[in-house]
Design a protein around this ligand. Structure first.
Ligand code: NAP
Length: 492
């Protein structure tokens, strides 16, 4: 197979790393190298940030009305729709995500651009009913400048769109750093950004490794905003880097989300919700419902129905539309899954299903796995696996369910399965999580904020607030008085 060679986009030009260095990317379904990419370092990051900063200040972007920015975003959304299958196939080849999932994400992706396009010329300031005679004061939301968007490997285009669309709507410019394991679809997308008519330098992509290219970007003095999605330990580096440049941060980190099934739940829906929560995307999803909490009265029936459903999950080539579960995106991730399941066994977890690599697959596959756990102290109950591994625990009553649900340092998402409307609302109120789904799981929309608390990060992506989060308010005071200004040593 001939290797595909990619270049990165800086200031409207497709270039190699200044050093000439490259790295190889592996197709997770085969375990073989399929592409070669520029291995950017600090000099490349500096080049891209300076290009983005010049574009931010230059008339080609700064001079556009907000309405025109909206039109460009709309055109970009339309171009994504036109190229959806090509982008989906590229992403699946690169990170092993199921083609059904990437096609679904790509079919929806234009909505992020259309939604943000509509908001671009509706970011209004306000006149302030100021309590000073002869003063007129108003606010103006202003773009921040250069945004460094740091993207993980699990949903590259989706997680780029959710950052880029609101950031551009607000008038910022960007440098995107995709994961070294999944850059191809973002590079193809960047060509569509140029085709849509965005001026050179408004969107730049720097490929390379996190500790070099990523770290150089996040600490760059001209970066004003960092939009990061990834794991908590990398987030700590990003927070420290922002101490250098005072960049405003949003951190979308992982989770250990509880999917809670009550006795009165619709069994079939709850089982499908559990599968959607943890086995879709092979569990490589920040919102994965990796802790199944099931009430005593339904526990046995639920486990029987879930394991029967798991047995029908078809593991296979992610490019095959009949596959239900593809491989882990990286060999390292497969190793993490194996070692966490091994540790869970040692700590006393009972393997109800899966727990190994499936036979007959050469890529980085792992079986859908269900681990019965009797203690919430287990590592697999407290920490994110980021693979197709659910820890299942039983509970007796609402109070115990809530204590278990809120019993980790993560707080990203939760699912509740019940027919009792009062209980659904009580749990929605009391669960410590940024997203709560009632009788559904993994529902997403351009209009709905996503984000967490605690170790799951802070800041929200999606919805109106996300666009506002890419602005800062300027307050303007105008003295209307015809009198000369008086005593300079007192506040006005
Ligand atoms: P990761 O290792 O934290 O990497 C995320 C990104 O940060 C990658 O682009 C990575 O580049 C880069 N990076 C690594 N070290 C860096 C540094 N020192 N400075 C700046 N950037 C650096 O996470 P991952 O393994 O790719 O993704 C899985 C994690 O993301 C999971 O914890 C998951 O839950 C979380 N996630 C959260 C959400 C959400 O919305 N909350 C969504 C998806 C994923 P390289 O890949 O090139 O090293």
């Amino acid at each position: 197979m001939t290797l595909r060679k990619f270049q990165m986009l800086v200031n409207g030009a497709w270039i190699d790393a200044a050093s000439g260095k490259t790295y190889e990317s592996i197709n997770p379904a085969t375990g073989r190298v399929w592409s070669v990419l520029p291995d950017a370092d600090e000099a490349d990051a500096d080049h891209a940030v300076r290009a983005a900063d010049a574009a931010f200040r230059g008339p080609a972007w700064r001079g556009l009305t907000a309405t025109t920015r909206g039109k460009l975003l709309r055109r970009l959304g339309d171009l994504i729709a036109e190229h959806a299958s090509e982008l989906a196939e590229l992403e699946t080849q690169d990170n092993g995500k199921l083609i059904r999932e990437t096609r679904g994400q790509l079919a929806y992706l234009p909505e992020f651009f259309h939604y943000s396009a509509g908001l671009a010329d509706k970011l209004e300031g306000s006149t302030l009913p100021i309590d000073k005679a002869d003063m007129f004061a108003f606010t103006v939301p202003e773009p921040l400048g250069v945004v460094a968007a740091i993207i993980p490997w699990n949903s590259p285009l989706y997680l780029t769109a959710i950052k880029l669309a609101p950031a551009l709507a607000a008038g910022n410019t960007l440098v995107i750093k995709p994961s070294e394991h999944a850059s191809a679809s973002i590079l193809r997308f960047a060509a569509l950004v140029a085709e849509a008519g965005f001026p050179a330098g408004v969107v730049n992509v720097v490929t390379g490794l996190g500790p070099s290219a990523g770290a150089a970007l996040t600490k760059h003095p001209l970066v004003r905003r960092i939009a990061f999605t990834g794991g908590p330990s990398t987030a700590r580096h990003v927070i420290k880097a922002s101490a250098e440049n005072f960049a405003k941060l949003s951190l979308e980190l992982g989770g250990k989300s509880a999917n809670i099934v009550f006795d009165d739940a619709d069994l079939e829906s709850a089982v499908n919700g559990a599968v959607a929560g943890i086995y879709a995307a092979s569990g490589q999803s920040c919102v994965a419902g990796s802790r199944l909490l099931v009430q005593d009265g339904i526990y046995e029936r639920f486990v029987a129905a879930l394991t029967a459903r798991m047995a029908r999950i078809r593991i296979g080539d992610p490019l095959d539309p009949n596959s239900d579960m593809g491989p882990m995106a990286t060999e390292q991730q497969l190793g993490i899954v194996e070692s966490m399941v091994g540790r869970a066994r040692e700590e006393g977890a009972d393997v109800l299903a899966g727990g190994q690599r499936p036979a007959g697959h050469e890529g980085w596959y792992y079986e859908p796995t269900l681990l019965a756990c009797t203690s919430e102290k287990l590592d697999v109950v407290q920490n994110e696996v980021f693979g197709p591994v659910a820890a299942i625990m039983r509970f007796n009553d609402d109070a115990e369910a809530l204590a278990l649900a809120n019993g980790t340092e993560y707080a990203l998402a939760a699912g509740i399965w019940t027919r009792d409307i009062g209980r659904a609302h009580r749990f929605a109120r009391d669960i410590h999580a940024g997203i709560v789904w009632v009788n559904t799981y993994r529902a997403v929309s351009a209009m709905a904020p996503i984000g967490g608390f605690g170790a799951s990060g802070y800041g929200r992506e999606g919805g109106i607030h996300a666009v506002l989060d890419y602005t800062e308010l300027k307050t303007v005071w105008v003295n209307l008085s015809e009198q000369p200004m008086g005593d300079p040593f007192v506040m006005r």
